[in-house]
Design a protein around this ligand. Structure first.
Ligand code: MN
Length: 213
């Protein structure tokens, strides 16, 4: 009860994973999923809550509002909001866009948008993986819709397109904590394998929701 009461006063919550830690095996191992969700993502949520604890007016803001207006955030918590708010937003998206897809591919208007922007699904994956390999150090690769046209963009640390007011459709985490236990230093192998756990149904739903935005 004490914990519940304590939790309720914090505005940001760690979302429950909607599947078991081993659901993405063998592409992403269960231990990585457990540490990634229960430790890494939780730490971003906890530190974000600590940051907004110091400035109550920030507590009622959404992640999009916080990250889209970093310049107006109080200077003493600006980095904490950027890193931990970004970490919370990025991981919340990440968990809900993955599922073992058994070789699945995008279909419908999402597939057309990919072909139109990148030539083909294979060319799209090559460009995305390349962006992930070239991201120096920790970061992400995102796909977002820019006026209906798809873009691939890498970002360092926990930065996100939300900082320029754009919600990403999906993306991959290229921090070592996302892959090191199974792939060690072989980030390119992780990036290639990861396509087998993209939930194309969820990604297409996000694409449809966001493309008018
Ligand atoms: Mn991560």
């Amino acid at each position: 009860m004490a914990n519940e009461a304590k939790d309720q006063k914090y505005p940001f919550k760690l979302p429950a994973l909607e599947y078991d830690f081993d659901a993405l095996e063998p592409v992403i191992d269960a231990k990585t999923m457990e540490l990634h969700h229960d430790k890494h993502h939780k730490a971003y949520v906890d530190k974000l809550n600590e940051a907004v604890e110091k400035h109550k007016d920030l507590q009622s803001k959404t992640l999009a509002e916080l990250l889209g207006n970093l310049d107006s955030a109080p200077e003493d918590v600006r980095s904490a909001v950027r890193n931990n708010g970004g970490g919370h937003a990025n991981h919340s998206m990440f968990w809900t866009t993955m599922k073992l897809n058994e070789g699945g591919k995008p279909s419908g208007s999402l597939a057309s948008a990919i072909d139109s922007a990148f030539g083909s699904f294979d060319d799209f994956k090559t460009k995305f993986n390349d962006a992930g390999v070239k991201q120096f150090g920790s970061g992400w690769v995102f796909v977002y819709s820019d006026g209906g046209s798809l873009k691939i963009e890498s970002a360092p640390n926990q930065d996100t397109p939300l900082q320029k007011g754009i919600e990403p459709i999906f993306g991959n985490d290229v921090w070592e904590h996302a892959y090191y236990l199974k792939y060690n230093n072989r980030r390119p192998d992780y990036l290639k394998a990861w396509w087998d756990v993209v939930d194309w149904v969820a990604v297409a739903a996000r694409y449809e929701k966001l493309r008018g935005a």
